[in-house]
Design a protein around this ligand. Structure first.
Ligand code: MSP
Length: 511
């Protein structure tokens, strides 16, 4: 069996409810997974939760719950959330699962036996919030530490350290020889710049039980638990090992946010090298969302709640907006007005209107029966299909959407140019009307196939309204001419109801 395309997301801390940033990352990974499957690849998509460490322990404590009970409760919400987002993940890892913990302990033992760790005493300034010792470099010009580090305390303790220095050279070499290892390129340059200008400090991989006990015990010293990041990163391989029969490792893509790039592009490759495993093919780094130009935070009360958006507007408008608004790389800014404007212009007036009027006209003028195949818009559609496919293969998700919407605009323009409502009044134009109607409904069908990775619910609705039984989940279905003469389509209904739309089916209106 050939190796599966293995794609992962970061695993989220289960210390609260999911927000827009978590949703965004999972949607990116899902679109890539769906697109690859549609194009015939065998895919394995992993997402999940990071349940150990101080953050989670403190959150549990604040609610007076036992950490495991707290995680179990919240994990249910996060798993429901993944389903609501339409994610097609093949597994959902929780780092408190025995399958993961056992693998982490086996890994620690192996690395310990091979001499990668040493025990040492360290005293310094410790940020509880970031679970890390700070160095002199972290001080601000006035000598204080950035308030982002939260409370900083002076600590002296023994811990286990992972020798990193010896790995610096080959890692630089690997980044230089593999330009796609970290994408987009400016993130790769950031990592290279860091590695060339700094000497790597050894990584502390333990926490004394006396200070933190919510973690995986070190198999060779029960006075310590594993540092949460060592535990978390290993999920990518623990789950691959769990599905050993599927041949998953190395991962093809780790999708992560820009804040955790050092863990993934520096520590993780070094850990893998020590584990004698091949490195992942790519680390795909996305930017961060703000809300109305400000960082989202619980204390500011400006966190965008993806569940509320899905309840009000549906899942596809959320998936669409985040990918259309923000390319993978830069930071983005969420505004409710921006979201609503796109919903109106691009979903309701763009795709929704095209499908609704095309199908309605076929019902009205031809009783819903598809006329003979016409090739008028075939070339443009094939071109757009190829471009979208290329964009998807390169993870250029925003570019793919732009191409699809270019085709939608073209088709809407075609309606205005050919004016089928006028043709319908002239019996001499009957053949011309047949051709126009064919091109329109066929474009709608192809659009469902192209949109499937991005807007799975909408794509299925388009297919159903066209009277097609199967899902539009295979790229090969996009070949022109799929609608056969004589096929009877189903009943059209608005895909994206508008506030002023009398046909609005359900849900709340736009405002
Ligand atoms: N648990 C670690 C990841 C371990 S991966 C082996 C973690 N968790 S997190 O919950 O804080 O973040 C999870 C992911 O969400 C990260 O990739 C992070 O970049 C992303 N985001 C968190 N807030 C975000 C935004 N405001 N915008 C976009 N993505 C954001 O880090």
């Amino acid at each position: 069996m050939s190796k599966r395309f293995y794609i992962t997301t970061a695993i989220d801390y289960v210390n609260g409810q999911p927000h827009l940033g978590h949703a965004y990352e999972k949607i990116i990974a899902d679109v890539i997974a769906r697109a690859r499957r549609s194009m015939g690849q065998q895919v394995f998509f992993l997402t999940g939760l990071d349940e150990h460490g101080q953050k989670v322990q403190q959150a549990a404590l604040a609610e007076k719950k036992d950490p495991q009970a707290y995680c179990d409760l919240l994990a249910r919400d996060w798993m429901t959330f993944a389903t609501r987002l339409g994610l097609t993940h093949d597994d959902f890892v929780r780092t408190t699962q025995p399958r993961h913990k056992e693998y982490v302990q086996a890994t620690l033992s192996k690395l310990h036996d091979r001499g990668h760790f040493y025990k040492s005493s360290y005293s310094g300034f410790y940020s509880t919030k970031e679970e890390t010792f700070l160095t002199e470099k972290d001080r601000q010009p006035d000598g204080t530490f950035d308030p982002a580090y939260g409370e900083v305390v002076e600590l002296k303790e023994e811990n286990y350290y992972f020798k990193l220095k010896e790995h610096q050279e080959w890692l630089v070499d690997h980044l230089e020889k593999n330009p796609d290892f970290v994408s987009p390129p400016h993130r790769r340059n950031e990592v290279l710049g860091f590695l060339k200008n700094n000497t790597l400090e050894d990584l502390c991989i333990s926490r004394p039980v006396s200070r933190l006990n919510w973690g995986i015990p070190l198999p060779f010293d029960r006075e310590f638990v594993t540092y949460v990041w060592f535990d978390a990163l290993v999920n990518y391989t623990s789950i691959a090992a769990h599905h050993a029969d599927l041949d998953l490792w190395p991962a093809d893509i780790h999708v992560i946010g820009k804040d955790i790039i050092k863990f993934h592009a520096v520590y993780w490759p070094i850990m893998l090298k020590a584990m004698e495993l091949p490195l992942p093919r790519q680390i795909l780094v996305h930017g961060w969302w703000q809300k109305d130009g400000a960082r989202m935070s619980k204390s500011l009360g400006n966190v965008v709640d993806p569940v509320a958006i899905m309840n009000e507007w549906g899942v596809d408008p959320l998936r669409f907006h985040v990918l259309r608004e923000l390319d993978i790389g830069p930071d983005g800014n969420w505004t409710d007005a921006g979201f609503q404007a796109r919903y109106g212009a691009e979903l309701a007036n763009g795709l929704g209107n095209l499908v609704n009027r095309s199908l309605s006209m076929l019902q009205r003028y031809r009783q819903g029966i598809v006329p003979a195949v016409s090739m008028e818009l075939a070339a443009e559609t094939i071109q757009a299909t190829q471009e979208t496919g290329e964009a998807l293969k390169q993870n250029h998700l925003q570019a793919g959407l732009l191409t699809i919407w270019g085709l939608i605009s073209r088709a809407n323009q075609y309606v205005d140019q050919t004016a089928p409502f006028k043709l319908a009044k002239d019996p001499a134009q009957s053949q011309r009307l047949d051709a126009v109607l064919y091109n329109l409904v066929e474009i709608c069908r192809v659009l469902a196939v192209l949109a499937w990775p991005y807007l799975p619910e909408t794509a299925c609705k388009i297919h159903a309204q066209l009277g097609l039984a199967q899902k539009p989940d295979q790229w090969s279905l996009s070949a022109w001419g799929g609608l056969a003469e004589g096929h009877r389509i189903g009943v059209p209904s608005p895909l994206f109801p508008r506030r002023d739309d009398p046909h609005k089916s359900s849900g709340r209106s736009i405002n």
